[in-house]
Design a binder for this molecule. Sequence first.
Ligand code: ATP
Ligand code: MG
Length: 416
Amino acid sequence: MKYSTFFPKTLKTAPSDEVAINAKYLMRAGFIDKLMAGSFTLLPLGWRVVAKINNIIREEMNKTGAQEILMPLLHPKEIWNETGRWDSAKEVMYQFEKNEREYALSFTHEEIVMDLIRKHVSSYKDFPVKLYHFSTKFRNELRAKSGILRGREFMMKDLYSAHATEEDLMKYYFEVMKAYVKAFERIGLEVKVTEADGGVFTKQHTHEFQVLCETGEDTIYWKDDWEYAKNEEVMDETTKGGDIKSAKSIEVGNIFPLGTMYSEKMKALYTDQDGVQKPIWFGSYGIGPTRVMGTVVEVSHDEKGIIWPESIAPFQVHLIVLENQESRIRNQADELYESLVGAGVEVLYDDRDVGPGQKFADCDLIGIPVRLVVSAKTFQLGSGQKGNMVEWKKRSDSESKLMDFDEVEKVLSVST
Ligand code: ATP
Ligand code: MG
């Protein structure tokens, strides 16, 4: 992709009304654009990152046997009345009236999935059912000052599972827990699995996936001999003593063993081996990919900009050409670009007629893992026997080294 034709370019200054580092960097570097508080467009760079995050999550969900669907975001009031959440979750739901009917914009999908299941599943032989989708969630968030970490409209991957027995539900619940840890590891985030309260969803304990970060809104506690960390709500007198560590953190995922509460209220029953009608065991499991992108920026940046992990970087390589008015240098950079793209490498190529200072600053701000520079200097060094040379530098290192084109292609195409 040539940066000269890329939309949009970087901004010189950070937006003054955003305090969060994720919003400042993502907006300046051209990953997101703000429509209003808590509402962002994913621009081409941001969408590439979120698509990579989604793909990693999708692969890990599929490995658990889950199937991908896509559910509506406009919901009738009647379905929310079945569980009482039209009233109990009023604060968070966007509700409105149109043509004398009442609707809500999706803030989650338990009721919708339960309706699907009761229509299509009736026998113990039909279980388990594991369904997920990626879609927008709408929540009336009052604290919209954490940039893309807390959107009023944001992306969620939500998985739902239905089972004939509690035992089967809990077996799958822990399988999803492992799949989440694996997904976050592949994304480049270290998570602490944390015991938490059920909130508006359930009276039972749930598990959250927390990333340690000073700017986080949550606080978690842990001891070396605890299997799970704990969040504020589940700490009590008995767990407070001793050598407990605590830190600020960001919740990137949450899983809920919901039990039979929803199926009892919504009359989602199945017939067991003995012909007896029983309520379905139900769980739900969420990750917020847009919050994940913001979290990576919060924990992986320096004073110059973002430092993306390879697995979710918008491009693998940021190629810069200096002195590009000289056609032989420009031609050489074009040649490297074409051959890398031909080898399947994702390249952002800064071919603009702007000075080196701006190209380097933009490159550091955008944060692609590898920077390649073709210039009069590398051209000189490459002439003679050596073959074409280019300067290679990792975003996370300060040292650069010279490599020839063949070597660059070899190293990069291995990692695609
Ligand atoms: P929080 O406590 O931060 O408000 P939550 O516990 O209400 O979040 P869940 O209902 O557990 O959120 O949603 C599952 C996941 O969706 C969260 O772990 C998070 O990754 C993401 N998420 C939730 N709310 C938002 C939001 N407002 N903006 C972006 N992502 C969000
Ligand atoms: Mg949660």
